[in-house]
Design a protein around this ligand. Sequence first.
Ligand code: ADP
Ligand code: MG
Ligand code: MG
Length: 250
Amino acid sequence: MLKIKNLHASIEEKEILKGINLEINPGEVHAIMGPNGSGKSTLSSVIAGKEEYEMTEGEIIFEGSDLSELDPEERAHKGVFLSFQYPVEIPGVSVTNFMKTAINAHRKANGLEDMPANEMLKLIREKSELLEIDRKFLSRSLNEGFSGGEKKRNEIFQMAMLEPKLSILDETDSGLDIDALKIVSNGVNKLRNENNAVLVITHYQRLLNYIVPDVVHVLIDGKIVKTGGKELAHELEERGYDWIKQESAV
Ligand code: ADP
Ligand code: MG
Ligand code: MG
């Protein structure tokens, strides 16, 4: 599904990513862990196509086509979803109406007509029931006065509605509170299937107790220095990152 080859990227002339190789297949959950400042958010931003970052070398191939020439919106329409670390508030636009607009924009970009209203209602009902989201929430103004947990619930609802092929979840450095952690992980686990993939980016091991990854990569100073199974996350929790830095410095 996703194949990243020798990816180098810079911000303001400073090289942050120094040759990333990563391959994610349908049905897999990969985690990227690493110390603060190692380039985790840069990697998620570069995959999503944020313009502040300059890709200087390498390739990002998604379902056989090169993403590097596409803007963030076009990538989203192809099925790449990046959770927003700092969501925007849109007063006066409800969660539902925002979602309807987003769905129809996706459909239009893929050559489809607007979704018929009854089908849209059915989809909203189905997904909100799956995620145990109540009606009152759906009619609230987007992100206005939302708690941390509610912001995450809204993101997971967007993910459920848009059914992305690849979801990239970049946990904030401050970490999720326990409510948000449960909302995110329950949601992701319900939405996982053999046709989609998830890339979880986190500084902490804790989230990976709930969303159990198939593969764990350690990112240090812009390079993936170690890859392992889910047990690697536990080892990092116990031993920190220094031993890997030493191992990879040899
Ligand atoms: P992580 O998510 O692993 O904490 P980031 O990708 O946020 O790491 O940051 C990697 C490096 O890039 C850090 O040294 C950081 O200071 C730098 N960096 C990130 N964003 C910017 C920016 N907008 N301008 C300048 N430097 C940045
Ligand atoms: Mg950081
Ligand atoms: Mg980060």
